[in-house]
Ligand binder design. Structure first.
Ligand code: SF4
Length: 449
């Protein structure tokens, strides 16, 4: 006989969540290992002694984790989805039918708590993993990803507007009554320059986003030009656990961020149950003289390929290096002695070495047309950090270096892929660098479980 389910809602029920959430349920197991009681102490400074009770800081942080674990980046949806899930209610310490915090409380609390609280949570989770012997520590792979900011490039405004505003207010203070002279009509050349600028579109130098002034306009192959933050991350190569995560401005290059990252990576992995990091694996974007020096300063051995533009030898171009006299010799046996050190354009702390031939030596050379410059001599430019790059080249080209290269890409890249596709890091859901850091730290706690 065909059955037909009749539904009549019960008026009274006796129900216990713990009876209905299986012992092997993820959130039940997470509740058993994740002790966030330290948050009461570390967030107490944000609350007064009287007034209405706030959201429980532990509940708040658990809701943040749920957002990342469930790949939800809307506070409203975190609350509605949590209310429908018995295992999440059990994880949060709520009963069926008990009202969850109002969604706007989440963004208010996120703004209220300092960045340090979120980093503390990240470290606490990392410590749990270390104590369980899940992290080896010795070798860390680093990488970065551009994460779209919560602002549109079309809402960017010219920085000059702000300067105009300050000039305008100064004028008001100085002479309110005086009528300002009529501005001169722009000359034809000025008009053309302005038209060219308008066609070129906004840049970080000329424009900013008023809704998120820390977001930066940038792009890379395969990514559209838009406002981004750059997430920098290190992953333990033995376990694929995230050991460091930090948001940087979108246009900050990997090699400028690395010196700031290294002490933090070492600090995160300091403890009795983990080896101090010894090796850092990174791609060519992290290569610079400053970055290699930072590795040495932090007692770390780097495996970072030199930039593609770096030339180890100029023999293919017909120039051999004479290290005794620090000079190059061309194929016509003419010397190009070292002349001077210059700073790289736009980077005053990065230097290059200049080698130049004499005009008289090149004067009658048959290769003058293709070799010398229009002033009649040959100029070669080397990085002042060439000895460091050479040292790194030898290490990277060794059999172990080749092994480290494939280990890096097979370790850190899939972790970033998971973060972006499955734990809500597809987009930064907050505004400002500090808020972005809070999201990064919290999102990565979720992936460590
Ligand atoms: S142009 Fe000058 S530097 Fe170049 S090959 Fe001739 S002599 Fe040598």
């Amino acid at each position: 006989m065909q059955g037909k389910k009749a539904h009549q809602e019960s008026l009274f029920i006796q129900f216990q969540l713990s009876d209905h959430v299986p012992a092997d349920n993820f959130y039940r197991r997470l509740k058993g290992v994740l002790d966030l009681d330290f948050l009461y102490q570390s967030t107490s400074k944000y609350y007064g002694k009287e007034g209405q009770k706030s959201i429980d800081p532990v509940v708040f942080m658990k809701l943040m984790l749920v957002g990342y674990l469930e790949n939800i980046n809307s506070d409203r949806r975190i609350i509605t989805s949590s209310g429908m899930r018995m295992d999440i209610l059990y994880f949060l310490g709520y009963n069926l039918g008990e009202e969850l915090p109002w969604h706007s409380t989440l963004s208010r609390t996120r703004k209220l708590f300092g960045e340090k609280i979120f980093l503390e949570l990240f470290k606490q989770v990392l410590k749990l993993c270390i104590d369980k012997g899940l992290i080896a520590g010795k070798r860390q792979a680093v990488d970065s990803a551009l994460i779209p900011a919560n602002a549109s490039k079309y809402s960017m405004v010219e920085r000059i507007v702000m300067e105009d505003a300050s000039v305008f207010s100064r004028e008001l203070n100085e002479n309110i009554e005086q009528e300002r002279a009529k501005p001169e009509a722009p000359k034809e050349n000025d008009k053309n320059d302005q038209e060219k600028k308008d066609k070129k579109g906004p840049t970080n130098q000329t424009h900013y986003s008023p809704s998120d002034p820390d977001a930066r306009l940038t792009t890379k192959p395969g990514k559209p030009m838009r406002l981004y933050y750059r997430a920098q991350m290190s992953v333990d190569t033995a376990s694929h656990f995230i050991t460091y995560i930090q948001a940087f401005k979108g246009n900050e290059t990997d090699n400028t961020s690395l010196p700031a990252m290294l002490p933090q990576i070492v600090d995160n992995l300091s403890g009795a149950h983990v080896s101090r990091p010894e090796e850092i694996l990174a791609d060519t974007g992290y290569s610079s003289g400053k970055a290699i020096r930072a590795l040495t300063a932090n007692k770390l051995k780097g495996y970072i390929p030199n930039p593609g533009s770096y030339k180890s030898s100029r023999e293919a171009d017909g120039f051999t290096y004479d290290d005794k006299y620090d000079r190059y010799i061309c194929l016509m046996s003419v010397p190009l002695p070292f002349r001077r050190v210059e700073s790289v354009y736009g980077e005053p702390s990065v230097f290059k070495k200049i080698y130049e031939s004499n005009i008289s030596d090149c004067k009658n050379c048959p290769f003058k047309e293709i070799c010398a410059n229009n002033k009649g001599f040959k100029k070669l430019v080397d990085s002042a950090d060439k000895p460091l790059y050479e040292y790194m080249r030898k290490r990277v080209e060794s059999p172990k270096g080749k092994q480290m290269k494939s280990l890096r890409s097979s370790t850190v890249e899939p972790v970033f892929g998971s973060l972006i596709n499955y734990t809500g890091l597809k987009r930064i859901n907050t505004k400002g660098l500090k808020q972005a850091n809070k999201g990064n730290a919290c999102g990565c706690c979720s992936i460590q479980y």
